[in-house]
Every structure is written in C-alpha cells, then in structure tokens.
Write a protein that binds this ligand. Sequence first.
Ligand SMILES: Nc1ncnc2c1ncn2[C@@H]1O[C@H](COP(=O)(O)OP(=O)(O)OP(=O)(O)O)[C@@H](O)[C@H]1O
Ligand SMILES: CC(=O)N[C@H]1[C@@H]2OC[C@@H](O2)[C@@H](O)[C@@H]1O[C@H](C)C(=O)O
Length: 360
Amino acid sequence: MIGLMSGTSLDGVDAALVDFDADGQPALAGHIHHAYPSGLADQLRAVHGDSPLRTVLMLDARLAEVYADTVSALRSATGAARGSVDGIALHGQTLWHAPAADPPVTCQIGDPSRLAEATGIRVIADFRQRDLAAGGEGAPLAPLFHAALFGCDHRRCVVNIGGVANVSVLAAGGQALGGFDTGPGNTLMDAWTRRHLGAAFDQDGRWAASGSVDQGLLEALLADPYFRRPPPKSIDVRSFDLAWLARYRGTSERPADIQATLLALTAESLCAAIDEWGGAPEDVVVTGGGALNAGLRRAIAGRLAPCPLRTGDELGVPASLVEAIGFAWLGRAALRRDRLDLASITGARRPVPLGGIYPA
Ligand SMILES: Nc1ncnc2c1ncn2[C@@H]1O[C@H](COP(=O)(O)OP(=O)(O)OP(=O)(O)O)[C@@H](O)[C@H]1O
Ligand SMILES: CC(=O)N[C@H]1[C@@H]2OC[C@@H](O2)[C@@H](O)[C@@H]1O[C@H](C)C(=O)O
C-alpha cells in the first residue's frame, strides 16, 4: 500500500510504500518526499472560502498530477511493480475544515479518479467525510494508527507536529483513548519566518533562539478559548494565522522575540493539553516535521520533564513519515471494510468505514 500525505504545512507530499503483516503491523519498504512545484503552495495558501470554483477545480486536477508524479517517483525509487501495490491511500490537500459549521464540512482536494487513471492503481480517498457524516469532527484520524504504530504496555501520548499539532492518548496495552488538535504546530512559526526571513521555516528554531519569549504576549495568545475547550476538537489551519496573531501583538516587538514566543506557544499549548487530557502518560512520542526542529523539541522536553520525550525515529519510525504510513494503514482498513471506532476521539456516533474506493 502507498500512503500519500500532503499536510497543512503545504511543503509537498510525503509518500510511503508500506507492507503489512497479517496483524496489520506496518513495515516501511520505501519513501520519498516530493516538494510541491514552485508556486503551487502559494496558490493553495491563497484559497479561501469565497475563492472561485474554477480556481478550486484547477487545483484539484493539478494536485492529482502532482500525486501521480509522486507515485511514479516512489515506484522508481523502490522498484515496486504496479501490480504489487494494493492501492494508494490518498489524504489529499485540506482546503477547508469546519466541523462546527452548519452543516459541518471538510474539504480535501486532489482528484482521486484522475490519480487512479494516471497510475493504473486503485485509490482510497475521502477518509474524513464519513466520520463527519457520523457526527464526528473528521479529524484527527491519527490516534488509530498511532495506536497501531506506537501502542505499548504503558500509558503514552503521541504528538504530531505538522502545520497544526495533534495528540493521541494511548492506554497501557495500546488502545487509543482519545485524540484532538492542540492548536498551532509549525504554521505560525513558518508564516512569521516566511514574512521576515523569506525562508520556508526556521531551521532548528535557531532564529527563535536568538530572541526572548514575550511572556505577556504568550499569556494573551494562550487565553484563546480554543485551548481550554475540552475534546473532541479539531481546527482549520487558518484559525491560527498571522491575522489571529495581529489581534494580540503590539507593533514594537522585535521579530525574533515574536518567533521565540510562537515557538513557546506551540510547546506550551501542546504540553498543557497533555497535562489536562493526556491521561498522565509515562512517555510522550513526538512525530511530524516539528519533531525535526531541535529548538522546539528542547522546549517541549523541558516542559514535560521528568516525563521523557522520545522521537518517532528513536522508536524505529521516521518522524516525518508517520502520517504517510498512517494513511497507508487507513487504506488497508478501508479495503478490509473495517468499521473504525472513533467515538472517543472525533465524537463519531458509531463505528463507520472510512474512505471511498476508486478502482484502477
Ligand atoms: N529542521 C527543521 N527545523 C525546523 N522546522 C522543521 C525542520 N524540519 C521540518 N520542519 C517543520 O516541519 C514542517 C513540515 O511538517 P510536516 O510535513 O509534518 O507537516 P504537514 O504534514 O504539512 O502538517 P499536518 O500534520 O498539519 O498535516 C515544515 O513546514 C517545518 O515547519
Ligand atoms: C482537517 C485536516 O486536514 N486536519 C489535519 C491537520 O494536520 C494535523 C491536524 O490538523 C490533524 O487534525 C489532521 O491530520 C492528521 C493526519 C489526522 O487526521 O490525524
């Protein structure tokens, strides 16, 4: 199974070729990262609720081509024959996520029909829709595969730090007890870095480390009601953008101090959520692109101590590939027609099958 994940950071596509044993344990057989072609991330970032349908449909088709190129590059890198791949589990690109709207909606684009046609491999997509239809938030879906990948004999939290950060709460024995979005992951730090340094991200939080946390601003940001709302809960990445930051920020702060404060915001909101709803874990595993940020890892580890912080890599799963492997896991579940129980995570009313199947 191939898992394709393109997340809210808009940095490109993570692709994982995954084999499963009879118990559903994944083994990574190969992977690539395919950066979005120049300009595409900016086009995606510019989409908003009132964007013309034409713009959205063009991006839907364009992304399917990018995903097909990604699958082709992964097959070349691994030598995987078309016939040996059971399917492509496609997350797609989230454009809009509004579980509290009436009716609730979530939108992931990247046309699965075109991808099936271009690759000759069946595609499994639209994973979030059925959960939403069953009364769930539609996100996060990660706790189920976090349990399969990282469940163990003690209480554990698994954190994904992408554009948005989410946490999964695992019981001793590995069962997923809960999971929710904790708030911003890398999104605000990335946006601030793009604005002031013209770079995609703040490598290892070095720029943040050159500034000082503005405690007053940090407290004001942490007073946003989202952080105190009990789960189930999930967010659109735009809920925490530079316009949100501008509502709290004075005009005189140094940009590096703001960056230090944004890094502290990600770390503190995440750790406070674990304190409150994490079930007193014996360790915390960090995954996602944010796990590669040494400065952010230090801030989280310092705040969680003495509870140990481990990375996905330390446990044998590359941190930046967990979501792509996870979607392969969800693709396998869809082909098996498993009904997945997300009641304690997204709030879905009953176990439902996730994902639509687009035959080759
Ligand atoms: N060495 C590094 N230093 C700092 N930040 C890093 C580093 N490597 C990766 N990142 C961060 O990780 C981000 C990419 O993370 P990832 O691929 O997990 O996001 P995503 O899958 O788009 O997000 P989501 O989980 O929200 O869907 C980059 O935008 C950057 O902020
Ligand atoms: C709507 C949407 O795309 N949500 C993503 C996003 O990225 C992180 C966080 O917000 C999480 O809720 C989710 O992705 C992961 C894979 C999930 O569903 O668990």
